[in-house]
Design a protein around this ligand. Structure first.
Ligand SMILES: *Cc1c(COP(=O)(O)O)cnc(C)c1O
Length: 349
């Protein structure tokens, strides 16, 4: 007998995360702030109290309460996940049925279409215009024609770095019967969240992550914020102990330090502004086509020779992400941003 992988998975390749050793990593939109000694001591004390022989709290109740307190929302609307990536996978896999249409935008976070394909959904793609700006009218018009079962988008968007206004997002949510999955992974760097009105809507799931603003990409922790009925359904379809005890313990500690989180966000926003201003200094260079003013912790720039610049940065042990003619550059420490700008000023001559 021979087993054959099906066509759907046969030629898939693992997510192409950067794995090489680079001195300066500005590719994955992580925070450049690694928790300091005193916070780490608190993590270690919390870990010392973990019962390693027992399954974790299946509801991650303490963790969800901490998250809800920090964001000022009802804890009953919160479901924790093993990274928001897991939540995207669960929602795509179980809230939609075989062949359902899922509306995504391009460019946007690549995992949406990946899971859409993997779970045999029908991906409908809205191509963003040249200016990369997405409006409620664009989405509603496409949804009116395509009649998707779900619409998924990031706000602010990765990779474009642009946020839609709260009013525009609400217009979408209020004028469609589709489930709207709104990924607010970068909203801590902007101010257009609609999390506080979550209970007014029955077709909305907001996704949050601890991997970006909170500086905890290592522990894999994300959240869905949604109506109580959808939260109940999400609890029912996820695997029972999806968030491990170690992650839960560290998550509880981080949300007990709202001042630390807010200070970190301020530092990251300052670094982002420094990076943006530094890049603007290079704007007169003829290979620079545009530098988008970011609502995120990264800058998206268009170049006439992005692939070349990407390779040249790599030679200098600086890694960023390339998307066609664009580079997406995560804000790093002042030294890292300075090094990047210095390198670009040499490469772009
Ligand atoms: C980084 C990122 C995520 C992934 O978050 P995890 O919690 O680390 O899985 C989700 N959505 C967007 C738009 C991101 O950029």
């Amino acid at each position: 007998m021979t087993y054959e992988l099906n066509d759907k998975v046969k030629n898939l390749t693992p997510y192409d995360a950067v794995t090489g050793n680079y001195k300066i990593r500005l590719d994955a939109n992580e925070s450049f702030i690694n928790p300091g000694e005193s916070l780490k001591e608190e993590f270690f004390s919390a870990l010392a109290a973990v019962k390693f022989n027992r399954y974790p709290d299946p509801m991650a109740a303490g963790l969800c309460e901490g998250f809800a307190r920090y964001y000022g929302i009802n804890p009953e609307t919160v479901v924790a996940g093993n990274g928001s990536d897991e939540l995207i996978s669960i929602i795509m896999g179980s809230f939609l049925r075989h062949g359902d249409k899922v509306m995504t935008c391009s460019p946007d976070f690549s995992m949406y279409q990946f899971y859409g394909k993997l779970y045999e959904k029908n991906n409908l793609v809205i191509d963003k215009k040249e200016d990369m700006i997405l409006t409620a009218a664009d989405v509603l018009e496409a949804a009116g024609k395509g009649k998707p079962a779900a619409i998924i988008l990031s706000n602010p968007c990765s990779p474009t770095s642009l946020a839609m206004s709260r009013e525009d997002i609400l217009k979408i949510v209020e004028n469609t019967d589709a489930l709207v999955i709104l990924d607010e992974a970068y909203m801590d760097f902007s101010d257009q969240s609609i999390m506080e009105v979550i209970e007014k809507h029955d077709n909305l799931i907001i996704l949050k992550t601890c991997s970006k603003a909170l500086g905890l990409a290592a522990i894999r922790l994300g959240f869905a914020v949604t109506s109580k009925p959808i939260a109940r359904a999400l609890h029912a379809v996820r695997s029972p102990y999806n968030v491990n005890a170690i992650t839960q313990a560290i998550g509880v500690v981080i949300f007990s330090h709202p001042d630390y989180i807010k200070e970190s966000i301020e530092k990251i926003k300052n670094a982002r502004d420094q990076l943006f201003l530094g890049l603007l200094q290079l704007e007169s260079n003829e290979s620079v086509r545009r530098i988008i003013k970011p609502d995120t912790n990264f800058v998206f720039i268009e170049l006439s020779n992005a692939a070349y610049v990407y390779e040249e940065l790599k030679k200098r042990s600086i890694i960023v992400r390339q998307f066609g003619d664009f580079l997406r550059i995560t804000a790093g420490t002042k030294m890292e941003n300075d090094a990047l700008i210095q390198a670009l000023s040499e490469i772009l001559v």
